[in-house]
Write a protein that binds this ligand. Structure first.
Ligand code: C2E
Ligand code: CA
Ligand code: CA
Ligand code: CA
Length: 278
Protein backbone atom coordinates (compact mmCIF):
# COMPACT_ATOMS: atom_id res chain seq x y z
CA UNK A 1 0.00 0.00 0.00
CA UNK A 2 1.33 3.39 -0.94
CA UNK A 3 0.75 6.36 1.28
CA UNK A 4 0.25 9.89 0.07
CA UNK A 5 2.69 12.53 1.29
CA UNK A 6 5.73 14.39 0.16
CA UNK A 7 8.25 11.67 0.64
CA UNK A 8 6.24 8.60 -0.17
CA UNK A 9 4.00 9.84 -2.90
CA UNK A 10 2.31 7.10 -4.88
CA UNK A 11 4.10 7.98 -8.11
CA UNK A 12 7.47 8.65 -6.53
CA UNK A 13 10.12 6.21 -7.70
CA UNK A 14 13.42 6.82 -5.94
CA UNK A 15 15.22 4.20 -8.00
CA UNK A 16 15.03 6.42 -11.06
CA UNK A 17 17.04 9.15 -9.40
CA UNK A 18 20.58 10.04 -8.79
CA UNK A 19 20.59 12.09 -5.63
CA UNK A 20 20.90 15.65 -6.82
CA UNK A 21 19.96 17.84 -3.84
CA UNK A 22 18.73 20.59 -6.12
CA UNK A 23 16.32 18.30 -7.96
CA UNK A 24 15.19 16.67 -4.72
CA UNK A 25 14.27 19.97 -3.12
CA UNK A 26 12.45 20.99 -6.28
CA UNK A 27 10.62 17.67 -6.20
CA UNK A 28 9.34 18.06 -2.66
CA UNK A 29 8.29 21.63 -3.45
CA UNK A 30 6.46 20.27 -6.49
CA UNK A 31 4.55 17.69 -4.44
CA UNK A 32 3.63 20.34 -1.87
CA UNK A 33 2.41 22.65 -4.64
CA UNK A 34 0.25 19.85 -6.07
CA UNK A 35 -1.33 19.23 -2.67
CA UNK A 36 -1.95 22.98 -2.31
CA UNK A 37 -3.31 23.29 -5.85
CA UNK A 38 -0.87 26.16 -6.49
CA UNK A 39 -0.68 25.86 -10.29
CA UNK A 40 -2.34 28.23 -12.70
CA UNK A 41 -3.19 27.85 -16.34
CA UNK A 42 -2.35 30.71 -18.67
CA UNK A 43 -3.99 30.88 -22.10
CA UNK A 44 -2.21 31.66 -25.37
CA UNK A 45 -4.40 32.56 -28.38
CA UNK A 46 -4.26 30.63 -31.63
CA UNK A 47 -5.12 32.88 -34.52
CA UNK A 48 -7.02 32.20 -37.75
CA UNK A 49 -5.50 34.60 -40.28
CA UNK A 50 -8.06 33.82 -42.99
CA UNK A 51 -11.03 34.64 -40.80
CA UNK A 52 -9.07 37.28 -38.92
CA UNK A 53 -10.31 35.97 -35.59
CA UNK A 54 -9.29 33.81 -32.65
CA UNK A 55 -9.14 30.14 -33.51
CA UNK A 56 -8.75 28.95 -29.93
CA UNK A 57 -6.27 28.90 -27.05
CA UNK A 58 -3.55 26.68 -25.64
CA UNK A 59 -3.56 26.27 -21.86
CA UNK A 60 -0.02 26.43 -20.41
CA UNK A 61 0.77 25.75 -16.78
CA UNK A 62 2.49 28.33 -14.55
CA UNK A 63 3.86 27.85 -11.03
CA UNK A 64 3.55 31.16 -9.20
CA UNK A 65 6.00 31.85 -6.36
CA UNK A 66 6.10 34.37 -3.53
CA UNK A 67 6.11 37.87 -4.98
CA UNK A 68 5.58 38.07 -8.73
CA UNK A 69 8.02 35.28 -9.61
CA UNK A 70 6.85 32.38 -11.78
CA UNK A 71 8.71 29.10 -12.38
CA UNK A 72 8.62 28.08 -16.05
CA UNK A 73 7.15 24.70 -17.01
CA UNK A 74 10.37 23.99 -18.93
CA UNK A 75 11.96 23.69 -15.48
CA UNK A 76 9.44 21.53 -13.64
CA UNK A 77 7.49 19.56 -16.27
CA UNK A 78 10.50 17.33 -17.09
CA UNK A 79 10.93 16.58 -13.36
CA UNK A 80 7.20 15.88 -13.00
CA UNK A 81 7.35 13.58 -16.03
CA UNK A 82 10.27 11.69 -14.55
CA UNK A 83 8.70 11.04 -11.15
CA UNK A 84 5.10 10.62 -12.25
CA UNK A 85 3.83 13.79 -10.54
CA UNK A 86 2.69 14.89 -14.00
CA UNK A 87 -0.41 12.72 -13.62
CA UNK A 88 -1.89 14.26 -10.43
CA UNK A 89 -0.73 17.67 -11.70
CA UNK A 90 -2.57 17.23 -15.01
CA UNK A 91 -5.72 16.08 -13.17
CA UNK A 92 -5.73 19.37 -11.26
CA UNK A 93 -5.18 21.31 -14.49
CA UNK A 94 -8.00 19.49 -16.26
CA UNK A 95 -10.43 20.36 -13.48
CA UNK A 96 -9.22 23.94 -13.57
CA UNK A 97 -9.72 24.06 -17.33
CA UNK A 98 -13.20 22.52 -17.36
CA UNK A 99 -14.33 24.76 -14.51
CA UNK A 100 -13.06 27.81 -16.39
CA UNK A 101 -14.64 26.72 -19.68
CA UNK A 102 -17.94 26.37 -17.84
CA UNK A 103 -17.60 29.97 -16.61
CA UNK A 104 -16.72 31.36 -20.05
CA UNK A 105 -19.63 29.49 -21.63
CA UNK A 106 -22.03 30.90 -19.04
CA UNK A 107 -20.67 34.40 -19.78
CA UNK A 108 -21.00 33.93 -23.54
CA UNK A 109 -17.27 34.36 -24.08
CA UNK A 110 -17.10 32.60 -27.42
CA UNK A 111 -14.07 31.25 -29.16
CA UNK A 112 -12.97 27.86 -30.50
CA UNK A 113 -11.33 25.12 -28.49
CA UNK A 114 -8.85 25.28 -25.66
CA UNK A 115 -5.98 22.80 -25.98
CA UNK A 116 -4.36 21.12 -23.01
CA UNK A 117 -0.96 19.40 -23.08
CA UNK A 118 -0.92 15.70 -22.23
CA UNK A 119 2.48 14.14 -21.49
CA UNK A 120 3.43 10.89 -23.20
CA UNK A 121 3.46 9.02 -19.88
CA UNK A 122 -0.11 10.12 -19.18
CA UNK A 123 -1.34 9.44 -22.69
CA UNK A 124 -0.17 5.86 -22.33
CA UNK A 125 -2.48 5.22 -19.32
CA UNK A 126 -5.98 3.93 -19.99
CA UNK A 127 -7.14 5.95 -16.92
CA UNK A 128 -6.86 9.09 -19.07
CA UNK A 129 -10.10 8.15 -20.81
CA UNK A 130 -11.94 7.68 -17.49
CA UNK A 131 -10.61 10.97 -16.16
CA UNK A 132 -11.80 12.89 -19.19
CA UNK A 133 -15.14 11.09 -19.16
CA UNK A 134 -15.56 12.25 -15.53
CA UNK A 135 -14.77 15.82 -16.55
CA UNK A 136 -17.52 15.65 -19.18
CA UNK A 137 -19.94 14.36 -16.55
CA UNK A 138 -19.00 16.86 -13.86
CA UNK A 139 -18.87 20.03 -15.95
CA UNK A 140 -21.26 21.54 -18.44
CA UNK A 141 -18.65 21.55 -21.20
CA UNK A 142 -18.87 19.54 -24.44
CA UNK A 143 -15.78 17.63 -25.54
CA UNK A 144 -15.63 19.58 -28.80
CA UNK A 145 -14.43 22.59 -26.72
CA UNK A 146 -11.25 20.74 -25.74
CA UNK A 147 -8.25 19.67 -27.82
CA UNK A 148 -5.55 17.35 -26.50
CA UNK A 149 -1.96 18.17 -27.50
CA UNK A 150 0.31 15.16 -27.53
CA UNK A 151 3.82 14.67 -28.87
CA UNK A 152 5.08 12.08 -31.29
CA UNK A 153 6.72 10.18 -28.41
CA UNK A 154 3.24 9.45 -27.01
CA UNK A 155 2.49 7.39 -30.12
CA UNK A 156 5.80 5.75 -30.81
CA UNK A 157 6.37 3.47 -27.79
CA UNK A 158 3.22 1.48 -28.33
CA UNK A 159 1.49 2.49 -31.56
CA UNK A 160 -1.33 -0.07 -31.23
CA UNK A 161 -2.31 1.20 -27.80
CA UNK A 162 -1.91 4.81 -28.94
CA UNK A 163 -4.25 4.23 -31.83
CA UNK A 164 -6.91 2.66 -29.59
CA UNK A 165 -6.49 5.45 -27.06
CA UNK A 166 -6.94 8.10 -29.74
CA UNK A 167 -10.03 6.35 -31.08
CA UNK A 168 -11.54 6.28 -27.58
CA UNK A 169 -10.81 9.98 -27.05
CA UNK A 170 -12.19 10.86 -30.47
CA UNK A 171 -15.32 8.82 -29.73
CA UNK A 172 -15.84 11.02 -26.66
CA UNK A 173 -15.65 14.05 -28.97
CA UNK A 174 -12.17 15.42 -28.22
CA UNK A 175 -9.84 16.47 -31.01
CA UNK A 176 -6.14 15.65 -31.08
CA UNK A 177 -3.18 17.82 -32.06
CA UNK A 178 0.31 16.50 -32.69
CA UNK A 179 2.65 18.92 -30.88
CA UNK A 180 6.24 19.86 -31.80
CA UNK A 181 5.75 18.19 -35.16
CA UNK A 182 8.95 17.51 -37.05
CA UNK A 183 11.16 17.06 -33.99
CA UNK A 184 10.25 13.45 -33.21
CA UNK A 185 10.34 10.27 -35.22
CA UNK A 186 6.78 9.58 -36.26
CA UNK A 187 6.46 7.76 -39.54
CA UNK A 188 4.24 9.16 -42.24
CA UNK A 189 2.27 5.91 -42.14
CA UNK A 190 1.18 6.67 -38.57
CA UNK A 191 0.00 10.10 -39.59
CA UNK A 192 -2.32 8.51 -42.07
CA UNK A 193 -3.54 5.79 -39.74
CA UNK A 194 -4.03 7.83 -36.56
CA UNK A 195 -7.04 10.12 -36.15
CA UNK A 196 -5.03 13.31 -35.78
CA UNK A 197 -6.89 16.59 -36.33
CA UNK A 198 -4.04 19.11 -36.24
CA UNK A 199 -0.28 19.24 -36.82
CA UNK A 200 1.61 21.87 -34.83
CA UNK A 201 4.80 22.81 -36.69
CA UNK A 202 7.56 23.13 -34.10
CA UNK A 203 8.99 26.56 -33.38
CA UNK A 204 12.49 25.39 -34.33
CA UNK A 205 11.42 25.40 -38.02
CA UNK A 206 9.60 28.72 -37.76
CA UNK A 207 12.36 30.64 -35.96
CA UNK A 208 14.59 31.18 -39.02
CA UNK A 209 11.99 30.69 -41.71
CA UNK A 210 12.66 34.09 -43.25
CA UNK A 211 16.43 33.60 -43.75
CA UNK A 212 16.91 29.85 -43.87
CA UNK A 213 15.84 28.16 -47.08
CA UNK A 214 16.03 24.68 -45.60
CA UNK A 215 13.69 25.52 -42.72
CA UNK A 216 11.37 27.18 -45.22
CA UNK A 217 11.33 24.06 -47.40
CA UNK A 218 10.66 21.76 -44.45
CA UNK A 219 7.82 23.98 -43.29
CA UNK A 220 6.30 24.14 -46.76
CA UNK A 221 6.50 20.36 -46.97
CA UNK A 222 4.74 19.89 -43.62
CA UNK A 223 1.99 22.28 -44.73
CA UNK A 224 1.50 20.37 -47.99
CA UNK A 225 1.57 17.05 -46.19
CA UNK A 226 -1.15 18.21 -43.79
CA UNK A 227 -3.29 19.45 -46.68
CA UNK A 228 -2.82 16.17 -48.48
CA UNK A 229 -3.89 14.21 -45.39
CA UNK A 230 -6.75 16.61 -44.71
CA UNK A 231 -5.30 17.63 -41.34
CA UNK A 232 -5.26 21.20 -39.99
CA UNK A 233 -1.84 22.78 -39.58
CA UNK A 234 -0.75 25.49 -37.17
CA UNK A 235 2.64 27.20 -36.84
CA UNK A 236 3.97 27.75 -33.30
CA UNK A 237 6.37 30.40 -32.09
CA UNK A 238 5.41 33.03 -34.69
CA UNK A 239 7.15 36.16 -33.45
CA UNK A 240 7.27 38.55 -36.41
CA UNK A 241 5.08 39.93 -39.13
CA UNK A 242 7.53 38.62 -41.76
CA UNK A 243 7.18 35.05 -40.43
CA UNK A 244 3.40 35.31 -40.35
CA UNK A 245 3.31 36.67 -43.90
CA UNK A 246 5.58 33.93 -45.23
CA UNK A 247 3.56 31.20 -43.52
CA UNK A 248 0.32 32.62 -44.87
CA UNK A 249 1.72 32.65 -48.40
CA UNK A 250 2.72 29.01 -47.92
CA UNK A 251 -0.90 28.17 -47.12
CA UNK A 252 -0.78 28.00 -43.33
CA UNK A 253 -3.73 29.88 -41.88
CA UNK A 254 -3.49 29.07 -38.17
CA UNK A 255 -0.75 30.70 -36.12
CA UNK A 256 0.33 30.93 -32.51
CA UNK A 257 3.12 33.03 -31.06
CA UNK A 258 4.23 36.22 -29.39
CA UNK A 259 3.44 38.19 -32.55
CA UNK A 260 -0.25 37.57 -31.79
CA UNK A 261 -0.07 37.35 -28.00
CA UNK A 262 1.88 35.98 -25.07
CA UNK A 263 0.07 33.46 -22.88
CA UNK A 264 -2.56 35.45 -20.95
CA UNK A 265 -3.60 35.37 -17.31
CA UNK A 266 -7.08 33.87 -17.01
CA UNK A 267 -8.56 37.27 -16.09
CA UNK A 268 -7.36 38.78 -19.37
CA UNK A 269 -8.90 36.19 -21.70
CA UNK A 270 -12.50 37.47 -21.93
CA UNK A 271 -11.29 41.00 -22.65
CA UNK A 272 -8.91 39.71 -25.35
CA UNK A 273 -11.68 37.66 -27.00
CA UNK A 274 -14.18 40.52 -26.96
CA UNK A 275 -11.61 42.96 -28.37
CA UNK A 276 -10.55 40.52 -31.13
CA UNK A 277 -14.10 39.63 -32.12
CA UNK A 278 -15.31 43.23 -32.09
P1 C2E B 1 4.81 23.59 -25.86
O1 C2E B 1 3.63 22.72 -25.59
O2 C2E B 1 5.51 23.43 -27.16
O3 C2E B 1 4.28 25.07 -25.64
C1 C2E B 1 4.73 26.18 -26.38
C2 C2E B 1 5.75 26.97 -25.60
O4 C2E B 1 6.26 28.02 -26.43
C3 C2E B 1 5.17 27.67 -24.38
O5 C2E B 1 6.21 27.74 -23.41
C4 C2E B 1 4.87 29.07 -24.92
O6 C2E B 1 4.78 30.05 -23.90
C5 C2E B 1 6.05 29.27 -25.80
N1 C2E B 1 5.81 30.23 -26.87
C6 C2E B 1 4.64 30.58 -27.45
N2 C2E B 1 4.81 31.49 -28.42
C7 C2E B 1 6.14 31.73 -28.47
C8 C2E B 1 6.96 32.60 -29.30
O7 C2E B 1 6.49 33.33 -30.18
N3 C2E B 1 8.30 32.56 -29.06
C9 C2E B 1 8.86 31.77 -28.09
N4 C2E B 1 10.18 31.83 -27.90
N5 C2E B 1 8.12 30.95 -27.30
C10 C2E B 1 6.78 30.93 -27.51
P2 C2E B 1 5.96 27.38 -21.88
O8 C2E B 1 4.60 27.87 -21.47
O9 C2E B 1 7.15 27.85 -21.13
O10 C2E B 1 5.91 25.80 -21.90
C11 C2E B 1 7.04 25.05 -22.26
C12 C2E B 1 6.69 23.60 -22.44
O11 C2E B 1 6.29 23.03 -21.18
C13 C2E B 1 5.51 23.36 -23.38
O12 C2E B 1 5.93 23.40 -24.71
C14 C2E B 1 5.07 21.99 -22.92
O13 C2E B 1 5.90 20.99 -23.47
C15 C2E B 1 5.30 22.06 -21.43
N6 C2E B 1 4.03 22.44 -20.79
C16 C2E B 1 3.53 23.68 -20.54
N7 C2E B 1 2.35 23.60 -19.91
C17 C2E B 1 2.08 22.26 -19.78
C18 C2E B 1 0.99 21.52 -19.18
O14 C2E B 1 -0.01 22.07 -18.68
N8 C2E B 1 1.09 20.15 -19.22
C19 C2E B 1 2.17 19.53 -19.78
N9 C2E B 1 2.17 18.17 -19.78
N10 C2E B 1 3.18 20.19 -20.34
C20 C2E B 1 3.15 21.55 -20.34
CA1 CA C 1 1.73 22.30 -26.66
CA1 CA D 1 4.69 22.83 -29.11
CA1 CA E 1 7.79 22.53 -27.44
Amino acid sequence: AKKMGHNNYQFFDKSKHTIDPNTLSKESALFRAIENDDFQLFYQPKYDVNKDQIHGFEALVRWPQEGSNIISPAEFIPIAEQNGAIIPLTLLLMKQLFKQLEIWRSQDVNFGKVAINISALHFQQSSLVETLTECLTNYDVPARCVELEITESAMMDNPEFAQQQMNRLKALGFTIALDDFGTGHSSLGYLKRFPIDTLKIDRSFIKDIVDNEQDRNITATIIRLAKYLNIDVIAEGVETKAQAYMLHVMGCSYMQGYYYSRPLHVDKVAEFVNKSNA
